[in-house]
Design a protein around this ligand. Structure first.
Ligand SMILES: [Zn+2]
Length: 305
């Protein structure tokens, strides 16, 4: 989201979690109805790296920090881009996964139980075509013990029937069916699916979603049904491009990175590490735009609303 601040007094706003790297002028500037959020001067719209890419790709309307208003910017181009402030995007590749997935063992002690549940479910599905009450409870214990107090465990038949329906349903409907169950949201629903189909459905939770969002691979870190599809595509894409790793290992990677590095960094509001890339410093506008386009398309697709 863009931020409206004047150039006269409040230039180079600092975001706690966002790094503003440039600004654009709203339509009509300086005779604009957009006024700095901190004084009475006309405001310009400050953009972060992703938004600069969006601007260069033709986006002219930007969201503010809430739904109160949106801002339309003109065609005068990116102003005062601070290339040295453009943070390098987090890359989720073999090196990253190799480095981070083992570190999950430092912070979580759930791998043994994970493997045990995977084996148990596989047997149960072969024997009865569904999962048992006991296994269902073990999944809840493993993922979200809190949810155990919410779901109606005395009505397990209802849950078993719905899980059976999800098993029969096409891939893109399975989660929707599960989250129709009382007490089951997307995090737990996707966990159930993951245990049944460990190679097809990743588990969506706050840590993995926030890491992917920080890496600019998904637009939103919300965990709801609508957001599961892009979340899943990104994880399956990582898996396809880096076939050495299972969905579980990718999940552990994102989880460990979030808990050990990303979350403490976001909490401190610390600046994102600066790019070490050498960039054209004299930077004619053209060079600058090409540079941004090049990093905006470095391997991974950037999602722009
Ligand atoms: Zn101001």
């Amino acid at each position: 989201m863009g931020l409206c601040r004047c150039l006269q007094i409040h230039a180079w706003p600092k975001g706690k979690r966002r790094k503003y790297v440039a600004y654009v002028q709203p339509v009509g500037y300086p005779n604009t109805s957009l006024i700095c959020g901190l004084c009475n001067n006309p405001g310009v719209i400050w953009l972060d790296r992703l938004e600069v890419s969006a601007y260069l790709n033709g986006q002219r309307i930007f969201d503010g920090p809430n739904a109160f208003t949106r801002m339309k910017v003109g065609d005068d181009g990116i102003q005062d881009l601070e290339i040295e402030n453009m943070p390098e995007k987090l890359k989720i590749d073999d090196t990253f996964i190799e480095r981070w997935h083992p570190r999950c063992d430092e912070i979580a002690d759930d791998e043994q139980e994970y493997q045990a549940i995977i084996r148990k479910i596989s047997n149960e599905l072969k024997e009865s075509g569904n999962i048992s009450n006991d296994t269902f409870v073990r999944i809840l214990d493993w993922k979200a013990p809190r949810v155990k107090g919410i779901v109606r465990l005395d009505e397990f038949k209802v849950y078993a029937k719905t899980i059976g329906q999800a098993l029969q349903a096409p891939e893109d409907r399975k989660l929707e069916i599960l989250v129709g169950l009382y007490g089951i949201g997307v995090p737990v629903g996707s966990t159930i699916l993951h245990f049944i189909y460990p190679d097809l459905f990743p588990i969506m939770d706050i840590r993995t979603a926030e890491t992917l969002h920080y890496a600019e691979r998904i637009e939103s870190k919300q965990r709801d049904l609508k957001r599961y599809t892009p979340f899943r595509s990104v994880i399956l894409d990582i898996r396809q491009k880096h076939p050495r790793w299972s969905l579980r290992q990718i999940d552990r990677t994102l989880f460990a990175y979030h808990k050990i590095e990303l979350k403490p960094m976001l909490r401190k509001g610390r600046q994102i590490p600066k790019s070490t890339k050498k960039v054209p410093v004299e930077g004619s506008k053209m060079e600058t735009e090409e540079y941004i386009k090049s990093i905006g398309n470095s391997g991974d697709t950037i999602l722009i609303s």
